[in-house]
Ligand binder design. Structure first.
Ligand code: NAD
Length: 533
């Protein structure tokens, strides 16, 4: 496919003009950057990106405004015209090359994620691996899921029917900062497989990873106008949502922003997927494998510094094993290190500086209202960057702020319960419904409890694995979102569906066409009685 000239950022990536600080410089002052630092250069605005663990300045990125967004969307339309005409097999081959390039350039992307997010190398690697698994699934299953699908014609035996799938056009992908690779690449891969072109607006907190995604995509031969990145803040994202030039929005981020985007898309009747916040409950029954449950709770609640939408936030433990659970968790947590990447820690820094204040406020509120901090409970000041100590809170009640609001930090709340009924009630006592976790050796109880929990996804005796399985659709209920990504449901969400019927016999007239006669009417009466009575 021929490349078109676009003035969008994708060209600048290739020219190496963006995101490169000339050597790493330290950002002065304790605490570093909290809000966006905007730099005006002539008529254009840029924003600065800082490594949250070390406070090194990583680069400056354009704050794209209306003209740039519009330009990218025009280019994306151009790209769409050719990309959508490729066969499913050809698109699949492109995606395979993209995946292989990603693996080839794995070290680059891992370095970028670690620098930009303050993550541990292991957490960054897990992101890469999960993306590859999803990409492989889409490239292998996509052609099958998106080809014409024969459907039953019911009583109309002389007819044929099928559903066909068509690209929507230009998809705006808006992603958050907590997993800048997987939460951009998931929607991108599915949108491209379905024949759309994509304009990605990453979080202003993590522009660098998205630039790297585009760089790797172009190296793999994905045409520049088929996948573009526009950097900027919420105002840039809003332009993408409002523009008549986007045919669909796939948004991952907070419930507050999702609600705004949902309102706009509702007004414009623009298809939208909303992947929003969570406050996952974990129920640990008295017959659970306690050691595994404790380790699972710590990894599920504290990895990636708890900045995961499906993070384990509220742990409810049967009263008979509550003290033992706390004891084991305290011992295991004492051996979990937090630190900088080269120290091989299990927990890194926070990614979004403002998040450390949100976590701190919730913990302080809990302490003031009488909660007990088993471990952590404050910033880790051994480092210049934004570290919050892994924290276990107990001795509070479900009405505390920390139990109701999304924390998005390395904090686990642990409370006791008495009965199964109470456990289910506690789990459901939230506006969110993304992930949930049930721990018991009793399979019947596990299924019974799972059915009563209102969540989009649920793990039994396990943590996070639903997200690693590409054949499972992912998404939320209640305030955790609308729509699904991944699996057949997610992939098809990026396509328009067309129901097609056709006549197989070629009679001059079907029996129920004009003219209506008593004989035809009688036939319909008799047939209805015979077939459905
Ligand atoms: P956010 O809502 O602040 O921002 C997400 C993205 O939306 C960013 O790119 C931002 O620039 C953009 N944006 C902000 N205002 C906008 C507007 N009015 N119109 C269009 N775009 C706008 O979220 P965040 O802080 O980046 O991410 C953390 C949140 O994301 C948490 O609530 C977390 O639970 C959620 N999340 C959900 C999932 C999921 O799959 N359900 C996954 C990861 C994170």
């Amino acid at each position: 496919m021929a490349k078109v000239q676009t003035r969008s950022i994708s060209r600048s990536i290739q020219n190496g003009r963006l995101g490169s600080a000339n050597g790493l410089r330290k950002r002065p002052g304790p605490g570093g950057q909290v809000g966006l630092k905007i730099i005006q250069k002539g008529k254009k605005k840029f924003f600065e990106k800082v490594n949250p663990a070390t406070l090194d300045i990583l680069g400056v990125y354009p704050l794209c405004e209306a003209a740039e967004v519009d330009h990218a969307l025009d280019a994306a339309r151009h790209g769409f015209e050719r990309w959508s005409k490729l066969s499913l097999r050809e698109r699949s081959k492109h995606l395979k090359r993209f995946r292989k390039q990603l693996v080839k350039d794995m070290n680059e992307i891992v370095d970028t994620i670690c620098q930009e997010c303050g993550k541990t190398e292991m957490d960054a690697m897990i992101e890469v691996m999960v993306v590859c698994e999803h990409m492989k699934y889409v490239e292998q299953k996509g052609p099958h899921f998106l080809r014409d699908e024969k459907r039953s014609t019911g009583i109309f035996v002389i007819k044929g029917a099928y559903v066909s799938f068509h690209p929507k056009g230009v998809v705006g992908v808006i992603s958050p900062w907590n997993y800048p690779l997987v939460l951009s690449m998931g929607p991108i891969t599915q949108a491209l497989m379905a024949g759309n072109s994509v304009v990605l607006k990453p979080s202003e907190v993590t522009p660098k990873t998205s630039m790297k995604i585009a760089e790797i995509a172009y190296r793999a031969g994905i045409p520049q106008d088929v996948l573009q990145v526009i950097t900027g803040d919420g105002s840039t994202g809003a332009l993408l949502v409002e523009s008549p030039k986007t045919d669909m929005i796939c948004f991952t981020g907070s419930t507050a922003t999702g609600r705004k985007i949902g309102e706009v898309c509702g007004r414009l009747l623009k298809p939208v997927i909303l992947e929003l916040g969570g406050k996952a409950p974990m129920l640990v029954f008295d017959d659970a494998n306690l050691k595994r449950a404790v380790s699972g709770a710590l990894w599920g609640g504290l990895s990636n510094s708890g900045q995961t939408c499906i993070t384990i936030d509220r742990v409810f433990v049967h009263e008979s094993i509550f003290d033992k659970f706390i004891e084991l968790a305290t011992v295991e947590l004492a051996h979990i290190r937090q630190g900088l990447r080269h120290e091989m820690p299990s927990i890194g820094s926070m990614t979004f500086p403002r998040q450390i204040e949100i976590v701190g406020d919730q913990v302080t509120d809990a302490i003031q209202r009488g909660a007990r901090i088993i471990s952590g409970g404050k910033k880790n000041t051994s480092y210049a960057g934004h570290f919050y100590e892994p924290t276990i809170v107990t001795n509070h009640t479900p009405d505390f702020r920390i139990m109701r609001e999304e924390t998005f930090g390395p904090v686990i709340n642990v409370l006791p319960f008495r009965t199964e009924e109470e456990a289910v009630k506690l789990a459901n006592d939230t506006v969110y419904g993304l992930n949930a976790y049930v721990w018991t050796r009793d399979k019947k109880r596990a299924k019974r409890v799972a059915r009563q929990i209102r969540s989009g996804n649920l793990n039994i005796n396990d943590v996070y694995v639903n997200y690693f399985m590409s054949d499972l659709p992912f998404g939320g209920v209640k305030s955790s979102g609308i729509g699904r990504v991944y699996a057949i449901e997610g992939l098809r969400a990026f396509a328009d569906q067309q129901s097609v019927c056709y006549d197989r016999l070629g009679l001059n007239k079907d029996p129920y066409w004009f003219p209506y006669t008593p004989a035809k009417q009688g036939l319909i009466y008799r047939a209805t009685k015979l077939l459905f009575g």
